[in-house]
Write a protein that binds this ligand. Sequence first.
Ligand code: ADP
Ligand code: ZN
Length: 742
Amino acid sequence: MKPNFARVIIDRAIHRELDYAIPHEFAGRIDVGWRVRVPFREKAALATVIAILAETDASGIRPIEAVVGDGAALSPKLLELARWMSAYYCCSIETVMRSLLPQVIRRAEVSWKKQLFVHRMREVPPDAAEKLRKRAPRQAELLDAVSQLTAPIAAADLLRQTSLDNQTLRALARRGYVELRAAAMPRDPHADEQFVATTNLCLNAEQSAALTAIEQSLGNPSNARPILLHGVTGSGKTEIYLQAIRSALARGGTAIVLVPEISLTPQTVERFKSRFAEGADMVAVLHSRLSEGERHDEWHKIQAGRARIVIGARSAIFAPLENLGLIVVDEEHETSYKQEEAPRYQARDVAVVRGKLENCVVLLGTATPSLESYYNATRGKYQLLKLTLRVDDNQMPLIRIVDLREEKRKAKSLTIIGEKLHSAIIARLEKREQTILFLNRRGFSTSLLCSACGEARDCPNCSVALTFHRTASRLSCHLCGHTAAVPKKCPACGEDALIYSGFGTEKVEAHVQQLFPKSVVRRMDADSMTRKDAYRETLRAFRAGKIDLLVGTQMIAKGLHFPNVTLVGIINADLALHLPDFRAGERTFQLLTQVAGRAGRGETPGEVFVQTFTPFSPSIQFARHHDFVGYFDQELEFRERCEFPPFTHAVLITVRSAHEARASFSAETLARRLKEALPDEFILSPPSPAPLEKLQGQLRFHILIRGEAIVRLSRLVRETLDKLPFPEDVLASVDVDPYQLL
Ligand code: ADP
Ligand code: ZN
């Protein structure tokens, strides 16, 4: 075949593949997965090559203008994955590409950071320094330092060590005594940290059995099913990941470890970097807080095959590793694996598909499996491995339910910390043990109401109340970011009758500080952690025992390990329960179990207080008894009765516009067309205003479809949408396997 043409997908949503001629100078160089620059309409566009062709019947063929980068940016396997995602998630392949390749790689505008290195020359006369000593003493001094070098050194470092200047260095170079060469200088986000090498821990019986099973799969990946590792909090799952990765490496493979963004803490990264400390580049880290330069370097380290383990958040599932042997998805139940903008993919599910394509083992680990994964395990689609004990025989924490209705009757006013939790905190303070207080809501007061006219301060763009933040002294909308000054009088009726009600973490912090004035209280949430190092500093202080009470949101719920925490208080367990979302119960169960897992990780057993107005709800009761299977069985029954996932797949279409009538009319029309297009096997709910009716100034309508054959449903939805011309100011988005139903 004469490779004359390249078929490409350009980085713009035109829903078409285009052919270009390969000019002579690039012949034999360009291949599938390479990035190129091509003429498109009047301008140039960046594109990805998806096929090399001997001929094409397209007309008006133009040549490729340039090659971008110096290797394939995507492997054929990743391209195949992109096609699957496009079909499954009902979105264009161009949109998928945006997630598959980081922007810094797509644009190829950032490159390696170059730095000057000083090389020692062999042919320097032995008396050179002596001769210089009189006329140019500083050059002599620098030459002395250079003659001690065993390897090239960064010029900046040499000058810092000797306190000499650049001019002196240049003079030496002109004499030919040293050579200055530019070389790439990796921007390593963890460069100034030392990693002390660790070795495999000796596994307990349950851990060994699990590892053996995983190794069997690693030895025979083509027959392996995805593995669900269900291990209670503190059962040593991470140690199993580490040893399984070691095993995959020994077989010549590479590994990806997905971790929820929020748990990708320095503590987590350190555990991996120290275990695989044999090469500085062994472990690459990918997450959203990297600078563009750091991301560029980490990505190329992976692509060049120097990094063999990638640890990262959601999009690390697309890391360009070759010979993938193992993909680990930690906390597989986490909803943050779902991307909430197009392409709306679920990284855990993509991991399973990539595993199949690359013939590699997929290991999903969690203390609280998602209903979907556990259902797959009970049906034999996944292999189930269990860890039922905490490492070192630590007891599971004792969970006590506090009925807030009763506490309220007794206290007659707003209860933040009930009587029982209050005494428990005092006991901890006396024993110098630490406490975590959890509340899934930021801010000080969650609403501002006029007691004269009843008007509430709602966001002008969204149908939610504004939250009062005391530190910032502003009202703010947690959905769109709108902020407003705090009025002194009611803007509606002019009365001086504003009352603050509801509370968030900021108020809990202030309240707790007031209750226990001598204790050190800190808060950890998105508002208090805006500075880059704040998170690390607070955790360090907490670990060092300098903080008695830590108040926080989800940020403190996940994966943290503090032996001295013996008490966890969940201020209000009901926050998630009453959302109009079929997963509300599941999320509450998961959250309670995860937060409770923060208690009693050391010698002393932990205690958890769950404050709630609905003490008998199943998710609270089952979490209390650490009974996942019990919870699963009853929740599964509910899902089956209502034909919800995992028994069906759901597709949620949101139609939105700033004009309510147009949004509603378009939603009605779309629903009618879908009714015609979809066979009876799909359940189409009539269009209805979304629970969150107004968001960022847009009025929103939902159409929910459920069914089993998801790829077929995706295609029918796409075709229907393509044939339906919406008014310009009406937008429709399609979410396959949605997690946000609001
Ligand atoms: P999980 O991920 O299941 O919550 P971790 O892997 O974080 O649990 O383990 C909890 C703690 O127990 C960690 O400090 C870990 O180093 C330690 N650990 C794990 N396995 C063992 C073992 N076999 N022997 C001793 N300590 C272990
Ligand atoms: Zn808003």
